[in-house]
Design a protein around this ligand. Structure first.
Ligand SMILES: [Zn+2]
Ligand SMILES: [Zn+2]
Length: 251
């Protein structure tokens, strides 16, 4: 039982870390810079930790910049205002993401500039054989270590870990929670102290200051990923831009 609990928690937080750190704070918002070596290192880290739900940082960046620019309007790729439930919103998001990834839509230059890109990694990481391989790996861990059959119900969460994290922020943090700043969209701070989403839940703060490295604003709003970024910055692995400043969106 312990192995399953450790596996679930480790997968939850490591894949969440890589999505927030690489695809969200680095690719989409450029809250820090890093050299090619560390960029490739964190791409590989994202590939391993995101596994079957690995996403292209480039396509993610374009989609996410559109969300900030058009939040809750008709052009927002995922506004809960326009969907009956979380599943229809996530399905629509998947279709828009695929159109962007396959270059079937023309994106504005402000959404495509300064994005990292590793096409061969994205191609393999999003291929059917790779996704199936990771799904088998997760299932294998449960077959070997799960003491009760009902624990198998957790396997779909492993397989769709990225979309699950996306749904919490893009659906629930646009519906429930506390409003610290009046912004022209429905974003909210979903938790007062964000231990579940490592800082991403301060979503109303983030819509107010999208290019700030630190998503927490009130003294108790600790942003765990920002704490890790400060350590990486201290070690010289990354360079945080606009340290200690509140920065509105650059895009
Ligand atoms: Zn949002
Ligand atoms: Zn953002």
């Amino acid at each position: 039982m312990e192995i399953i609990i450790i596996f679930f928690i480790a997968h939850w937080y490591l894949s969440l870390f890589s999505q927030s750190f690489l695809q969200h704070r680095y690719a989409s918002h450029r809250t820090f810079t890093m050299n090619k070596f560390w960029e490739r290192f964190f791409y590989i880290f994202a590939y391993i930790t995101q596994g079957s739900s690995y996403l292209s940082s480039r396509a993610y960046g374009i989609l996410h910049r559109m969300h900030h620019a058009y939040a809750d309007t008709d052009k927002d790729p995922h506004s809960p205002k326009h969907f009956k439930n979380v599943f229809s919103m996530m399905w629509h998001t998947k279709l828009v993401y695929a159109d962007i990834y396959d270059n079937r839509v023309q994106s504005e230059e402000r959404f495509t500039k300064n994005l990292p890109d590793w096409p061969s990694m994205d191609k393999w990481g999003q291929s059917i054989p790779d996704r199936v391989m990771f799904a088998c790996l997760y299932t294998g861990v449960y077959v070997l270590f799960a003491p009760y059959w009902w624990l198998y119900a957790l396997i779909p969460i492993h397989i769709f870990m990225g979309p699950v994290h996306g749904a919490i922020i893009n659906y629930y943090a646009h519906k429930y929670g506390h409003i610290s700043f009046k912004v022209n969209n429905t974003s909210r701070n979903f938790m007062p102290v964000d231990i579940l989403m490592l800082g991403e839940n301060y979503h109303n703060n983030h819509h107010k200051y999208p290019s700030s490295a630190d998503f927490g604003i009130k003294w108790y709003e600790v942003d765990p990923i920002y704490c890790v970024m400060r350590v990486f910055d201290f070690l010289g692995m990354i360079k945080i831009r606009n340290k200690g400043k509140r920065v509105v969106s650059e895009f």
